[in-house]
Design a protein around this ligand. Structure first.
Ligand code: AMP
Length: 389
């Protein structure tokens, strides 16, 4: 079944509900990482250009089904208003009489509904709550790729009340890039995986093993693979219960004859994460690996330069700390300079790209973390299924 794209809908003079993922970091009342908001602005601008009313809805954090000032979308409203250079009204809630009155009046034109998760019914995909949300609009647009793996009222339930529904520009773009990885990647196609744990990446590892032309593994998850091979990993992050699986994955890569790269050197530190130094091969017993070393970065870079398509998920070290960010930053730069169609997914990895200052040179910065992983595992995402007509 197919899903429609927003530009196939007639939204002229309609009230359009746009579900976005504005679940962004906020500090002291200000949005600190606006990538997800910026990515949805083209859809909002498109709707704004011809619709009668733009009703924007998002969740923020985990307020646990209760209203709270801490999880208000007010800072998001401020950011969006500035970005669009148009007034944006924050509704006092996402359903109810006051909101209904706001959507009936010709003004304001853009309404941001208050945090959907102030109602526990949102995450329960409650039918009445879905109906109440749906009653606000004539057309439903989902642009919240980051929430598409959740069967919630605003991402799944409410869609069934609309005949006119479609994916926003961002959601459509995500599906195009990620879909291409699964169906027809440019070759050589490589995947770079990092981040803390193997267990979070098992599904994606298993799906992609049959598709990639090279697999590059760094970050905390590399130590489980290294230990499984008998290397000394000191006090590095290891998931003991995944050692067998790690061996199986490495064996599968070998059976396919594809390069399967693990770190050959490391930036290590003592258990207090102090006194960094670089070691080759085994990590001494009282140290932990917190970044890939320069030789590893060179080896990874060689593979990246050969690639025509590259997917990267998970930082290659504890990049939030400057001493342990060099490996991740250098790979971000190599990827940016490469000829590959580059797709970077996951909040931390996107943050690393931003830290490296190369976001303009990456083909696609995905706004999905969990959603991207689930999609690439080959799972059907409820938010996408709900748009099928
Ligand atoms: P993930 O959410 O699984 O992509 O993991 C991201 C987190 O992994 C980041 O906060 C990194 O600091 C952390 N990380 C990456 N490499 C290491 C490492 N070698 N040791 C400990 N944590 C790491």
């Amino acid at each position: 079944m197919a899903i429609r794209k927003i530009d196939e809908l007639n939204i002229k003079d309609k009230r359009v509900f746009v579900r976005v993922d504005f679940n962004v970091p906020i500090e002291q009342g200000r949005v600190t990482e606006p990538h997800r908001i910026d990515s949805a602005l083209p859809t909002i601008r498109l709707v704004l250009s011809s619709a009668k009313k733009v009703i924007i809805a998002s969740h923020l954090g985990r307020p646990g089904g209760k209203k709270s000032a801490e999880w208000s979308l007010a800072p998001v409203r401020d950011y969006v208003e500035q970005a669009l250079a148009t007034p944006v009204t924050l509704a006092p809630d996402c359903i109810g009489a006051e909101v209904e009155a706001l959507v009936r009046e010709p003004h304001p034109k853009i309404i941001l509904l208050e945090n959907l998760r102030f109602h526990k019914e949102e995450e329960k995909n409650d039918l009445d709550f879905s109906r109440a949300l749906a009653s606000l609009a004539d057309v439903y647009v989902n642009d919240a790729f980051g929430a598409a793996h959740r069967a919630h009222a605003s991402t799944a339930g409410m869609a069934s009340f609309f005949h006119e529904k479609a994916a926003g520009l961002l959601l459509f773009k995500e599906l195009e890039y990620l879909g291409r990885i699964l169906s027809s990647p440019e070759r050589p196609f490589i995947t770079i995986l990092g981040g803390a744990k193997v267990s979070d990446k098992i599904g994606i590892l298993q799906t992609l093993l049959s598709k990639v032309d090279a697999l590059l593994i760094g970050g905390g998850m590399a130590y489980t693979f290294l230990k499984a091979r008998g290397a000394g990993v000191g006090k590095s992050l290891v998931e003991e219960e995944r050692l067998t699986l790690a061996l199986e994955i490495a064996a599968q890569a070998e059976a396919r004859g594809i390069p399967f790269l693990l770190p050959v050197d490391h930036v290590v530190a003592d258990t207090a994460k102090k006194n960094p130094s670089t070691v080759e091969g085994d990590i001494p017993p009282d140290f932990l690996g917190l970044d890939i070393g320069p030789k590893t970065a060179d080896q990874f870079s060689t593979e990246i330069r050969k690639a025509r398509m590259a997917l990267w998920n998970g930082p290659l070290g504890m990049f939030e700390v400057n001493e342990f960010s060099r490996g991740t930053i250098s790979i971000a730069k190599t990827l940016a300079e490469s000829r590959a169609i580059s797709i970077v997914a996951g909040g931390d990895t996107v943050a690393a790209i931003t830290k490296a200052g190369v976001e303009e040179k990456i083909t696609h910065l995905s706004t999905g973390g969990g959603a991207t992983l689930e999609f690439l595992e080959g799972r059907k995402l409820p938010g996408i299924q709900a748009l099928e007509t």
